[in-house]
Design a protein around this ligand. Structure first.
Ligand SMILES: [Zn+2]
Length: 213
């Protein structure tokens, strides 16, 4: 059984018989971090993969520990947010961009992916400034509503101080890795609030990052 994320149909589970053995039909391409061209047929209620070949190979993201932990985390982040059979073309493009940019800007690419996913499922808004219209210096974030909050709205929103740099990273105006990392952590907390538990890959990511401080 393989779990695929497709452009046309969103999340898709399919049976890939002998995918590991049959190099003729699958050319050993059914693996993580690959964009595949696939053919499958649907019989009864399940899909069977009949052929697969690699269109783009992103497997180099798994070549070092830090980026492979981030890749696993970003992939799980997407997988818990998508519903089977529902097309998510914007998320599909975002996942590709994430894999393509990961080695160059690991946290920046993770943050971009998280933002698009949470916006597509309607948990996070545009993240441009405070909802009151204040575009000035913003350094508070409301975990409850997943919005940036200005100084004057801060008290009523029960927001947390996240710092100007992390706020600018959330808006997309600061692309420094350290601040993207902080902002990504806040969006991870938004997702945890929604699903009620941390992602499986989160502990691994934490441990790997602790080793590489
Ligand atoms: Zn405000």
């Amino acid at each position: 059984m393989v779990d695929l994320f497709s452009f046309e149909f969103g999340r898709l589970s399919a049976i890939a018989r002998n995918a590991r053995k049959s190099s003729k039909r699958f050319s050993s391409s059914v693996d993580y971090y690959r964009k595949l061209d696939i053919e499958y047929r649907v019989s009864k209620s399940f899909a069977s993969l009949t052929s697969a070949s690699t269109n783009i190979d992103y497997s180099s993201v798994a070549s070092d520990l830090v980026s492979s932990a981030i890749a696993a985390y970003g992939t799980e982040f997407l997988s818990v947010c998508v519903v089977a059979g529902q097309p998510e073309p914007r998320m599909f493009d975002a996942l590709q961009a994430f894999y393509a940019e990961l080695s160059e800007r690991p946290f920046g690419s993770l943050l971009s992916l998280q933002k698009i996913i949470l916006q597509e499922i309607g948990i996070v808004g545009p993240l441009q400034g405070c909802e009151c219209g204040n575009q000035g210096a913003i350094r508070h974030f409301s975990l409850e509503n997943a919005v940036l909050v200005c100084e004057s709205c801060e008290l009523t929103n029960h927001s947390r101080e996240i710092g100007t740099e992390a706020a600018l990273a959330l808006i997309g105006q600061d692309t420094q890795e350290a601040f993207s990392r902080q902002a990504a952590t806040w969006l991870a907390r938004v997702l945890i609030r929604q699903i009620g538990k941390p992602l499986k890959s989160q502990q691994f990511l934490k441990q790997v990052l602790a080793l590489h401080q």
